[in-house]
Write a protein that binds this ligand. Structure first.
Ligand code: FMN
Length: 209
């Protein structure tokens, strides 16, 4: 598929077909593309935990949806039903220490490993870039995908469920699968009512309308 078409066609899918497995080679291709993402200093401080086994996927959903103290409804039921049908979940993790260590090397020279040198958390940015490559690969393969966040208060539960070290950040999750046959009839995501913003391209200097 031509790149412009893949970019235009990419929309988040929130209803997956539980009956249609994703071929292993498609998952592998998505992951191969993910690790081609750019990264600051080529630090590549990312990890991807790939959940295809139904027990692992349910462990993810249990870790993020079971009621806990002080917990409000974490997700709507309909959202959960649609997204938890996805046969593949890819947890996308960032590793800040990998950047601090990389930039302490002689060609960069930030031996103090001071996090205040990083006004922008490029470890998370780079994982976002990698996740985008997974989303675009999904379009190219005729699949649906959703990037979504791990709810606040559940990050430690997810770490515990999958043996993820404390120093990794759970930037988000990509759900992958074929869209459910009725996905096109699903109610439109209310966020889309905002419309696409205009006036965001500033040429020469920042201008306000
Ligand atoms: C960083 C990020 C976090 C998001 N988190 C969620 C989420 O937790 N749940 C969800 O359903 N969609 C989530 N989305 C999807 C957005 O709602 C979606 O991208 C946006 O509404 C535009 O729709 P489109 O991607 O279909 O064009 C997230 C997207 C991004 C980029």
């Amino acid at each position: 598929m031509e790149l412009g078409e893949a970019i235009r066609r990419r929309r988040m899918t929130r209803r997956f077909d539980p009956a249609r497995a994703v071929p292993v080679q498609v998952v592998e291709r998505a992951l191969e593309h993910a690790v081609r993402a750019p990264s600051a200093g080529f630090s590549q401080g990312w990890d991807f935990v790939v959940l295809t086994d139904p027990a692992d996927r349910s462990a993810y959903w249990s870790a993020t949806t079971m009621a806990g103290p002080g917990d409000e409804a974490v997700w709507g039921d309909r959202w959960l039903r649609g997204v938890s049908a996805a046969p593949v979940l890819i947890l996308c993790l960032s590793d800040p220490q990998a950047y601090l260590d990389r930039y302490a090397e002689p060609d960069k020279g930030w031996e103090d490993r001071d996090p205040s040198r990083w006004p922008i958390p490029y470890w998370d940015v780079d994982v976002g870039m990698a996740a985008m490559l997974i989303l675009l690969t999904a379009v190219d393969e005729g699949l649906g995908a959703l990037f979504f966040g791990v709810p606040a208060g559940r990050h430690d539960d997810v770490r515990a469920a999958f043996g993820i070290p404390d120093d990794r950040r759970l930037v988000g999750v990509v759900a992958l699968g074929y869209p459910a046959p009725d996905a096109a009839q699903a109610p439109r995501n209310p966020s889309l009512a905002r419309g696409r913003r205009t006036g965001v391209i500033h040429r020469g200097k920042f201008t306000t309308p």
